[in-house]
Design a protein around this ligand. Sequence first.
Ligand code: ADP
Ligand code: MG
Length: 319
Amino acid sequence: MTEFELIAQYFTRPAPAGTPLRLGIGDDCALLDVPAGDTLAISTDMLVEGRHFFEGSDPEALGHKALAVNLSDLAAMGATPLAFSLALALPAADANWLAGFARGLFGLADAHHLPLIGGDTTKGPLNICITIYGSLPAHAALRRDAARVGDEIWVSGTLGDARLALEALQGKRLLDRTLLRPASTRLHRPEPRVALGVALRGIAHAAVDVSDGLMGDLAHILERSGVGAVLDGDALPCGEALAAQDTALRRAYALNGGDDYELCFTAAPERAPAVQAAAHTAGVRVTRIGHIVATPGLEVTDGDGQPLAIGAQGFDHFT
Ligand code: ADP
Ligand code: MG
């Protein structure tokens, strides 16, 4: 199989109806319309074998996750997805791997009516890099620097199960099979909160997606906004598997789990009903977990308001 046969067979498909694509795969560039008055939102995420996923990982899950992590970034900006491109380094043109990968990738792409508009293919250690393009009115973007003192802090869905699944699969922790299965789904097939991000336009102030752990990711909002936060360590929404663990672990992994791909966002207290309505529209639950304060730093308290000693340990590739 040549490079061009590979691209034609696995990655070239008619664009889903209604997509703003003028010219797709096969020319020097793709041509994409941006809705009038909107601004482009662009994000890139790379998945590297041995770093972000185990060698020999299920290619279908990889296809799904590679796109999901990019969609999650658009969601955290409140952008509507338009299209994506794919840069792929492959050790070999393995038909089984490619078919599985394409199935996972296009399964999620189709669910969001998202065309693949181009990319690059090269031989090398397995590396999957997706760039995603979305759009929104510039003033509606949910920027990290937009949190205000007095805002309530919210998080979508549940936290911590992806981390538990990872440790169970690495043999570092025992997890009952009935809990491991749904937790593994959280790890391998995250559902990006795209509809929630869009529904929160004009309601939320700041937002971030929780990929490296809630505390670490929320810290980005605090830093950029020049504010601090107090979180209620007992209000954190734990996943099913995490809910079955002891209090210390529940708090630790809800706060510093990683791979959750939920949205953490802030909104004025009087907007709470609008936040709940947006969550209802998007079909996802949201939980109020704390509030923004003027004093810099991130404090976590128990249900009685007593400070807990928990450090932010967001995942960092270089520490
Ligand atoms: P160039 O020589 O300009 O880099 P290529 O020969 O690499 O172009 O690619 C040919 C066409 O196939 C281009 O339109 C490119 O965007 C597309 N393409 C290459 N690899 C991929 C891929 N993995 N997925 C989708 N489109 C791809
Ligand atoms: Mg090329």
